[in-house]
Write a protein that binds this ligand. Structure first.
Ligand code: TRP
Ligand code: SF4
Length: 331
């Protein structure tokens, strides 16, 4: 095996299908970086329980869905270790140890946790929800990761992880590198409806698993420059969500479209048709790859089984070091 620059750990909560926002925010980076770094991707099913603890029976389907999306997107299971959080008990052990190194105050100030609590209308938070960044620190460090490709909203969790790591290393001995975040080219892809963020729950997303027809329909209904009412009105591409997608998925034509829109030489219908075509071209190889996994849960399970087994081994190595430096390896 060639020399790698270090280790990556990143992951997702399994809460349904992945969309274009996931791809340009983080997946693309993971695929690229997995050539240079030894890469672990964790499917954080325990973290999903923080908001969905009342229906754990839903997790299995979502774990399979996310894995299928990863594989379709081009994550190579020969190269990347895909693992399931709940089946790596050392992560739970690390979480308990880390929980002594974090104050409740710090957790209550985490802006991402606060925003999510608001989104769910939580008046009070469970201990598990408030503390999930501690468990995420355990996810990141079970394999002693150096680099964490994530979306922008995860930065506070990375800061929290780095704090825990510094405190652990200072108190007990150097076990962990301080993991660095790495943000994608489009950390926050706008929604089809013009809302700040593409998101499944906002119902404004194009999924990696959408068909050609789905994509055409969704793009044709996307919000455009509100000031451009008639075909001969000059447009303002900088105020148009569709233009944001041309930037992300149509690099070759984006400058021409910017000019044509400003000069009212292209209509929104044609502009959207060109975008839908580009997005479909982009998704086509994923559709091809997906065929192999679709309706083959055994293959997906095999990948998760062997990835999780490898991750557990690595996690136990880490726990041995942790117990050793903390001198809690009595017998
Ligand atoms: N919090 C992340 C999300 O909501 C998912 C996640 C869990 C994660 N553990 C992780 C991301 C470790 C990066 C590293 O998408
Ligand atoms: Fe947006 Fe394209 Fe219409 Fe311009 S032409 S307003 S970029 S959809």
């Amino acid at each position: 095996m060639s020399e790698k620059k270090g280790r990556i750990l990143t992951g997702d909560r399994p809460t349904g299908k992945l969309h274009l926002g996931h791809y340009v925010g983080s997946l693309e980076n993971r695929i690229k970086l997995s050539e240079e770094y030894e890469t672990f991707i964790i499917i954080a099913d325990v973290q999903a329980l923080t908001t969905n603890f009342d229906e754990p029976e839903m997790l299995e389907k979502d774990v399979m869905q996310v894995t299928e999306d990863y594989l379709a997107a081009g994550i190579d299971p020969e190269n990347v270790t895909i693992c399931v959080q709940s089946m790596i008990p050392q992560i739970a052990e690390l979480t308990v140890i880390y929980s002594m190194l974090v104050t409740v105050n710090q957790l209550e100030r985490n802006p991402t946790v606060k925003a999510e609590a608001e989104q769910h209308n939580y008046e009070e938070m469970t201990y598990g929800f408030l503390g999930y960044p501690v468990s995420q620190a355990a996810d990141i460090t079970f394999c002693r990761a150096d680099l964490v490709p994530v979306g922008e909203d995860q930065i506070p969790h990375l800061e929290q992880t780095r704090k825990i790591v510094r405190k652990f290393n200072n108190l007990y001995g150097e076990v962990f590198p301080e993991p660095e975040p790495r943000i994608g080219d489009f950390p926050r892809l706008i929604g089809l409806d013009g809302k700040a963020k593409m998101s499944k729950s906002l119902n404004n997303a194009i999924f990696l698993s959408d068909t050609r027809e789905n994509v055409k329909n969704k793009v044709s209904q996307a919000v455009t420059d509100p000031a451009r009412v008639r075909l001969d009105d000059p447009g303002h591409p900088e105020d148009c969500p569709v233009f944001e997608y041309h930037k992300a998925f149509n690099e070759e034509e984006v400058e021409e479209i910017r000019e044509s829109c400003r000069e009212a030489k292209i209509g929104c219908v044609a502009c959207k048709e060109r975008l839908a075509e580009k997005i479909n071209q982009f998704l086509e190889p994923m559709r091809e790859r997906r065929k192999k996994y679709k309706n083959n849960p055994d293959l997906i399970e095999e990948i998760l089984y062997s990835g999780t087994k490898k991750a557990r081994k690595e996690a136990e190595k880490t726990m041995e070091k942790v117990r050793e430096v903390m001198e809690i390896d009595y017998f």
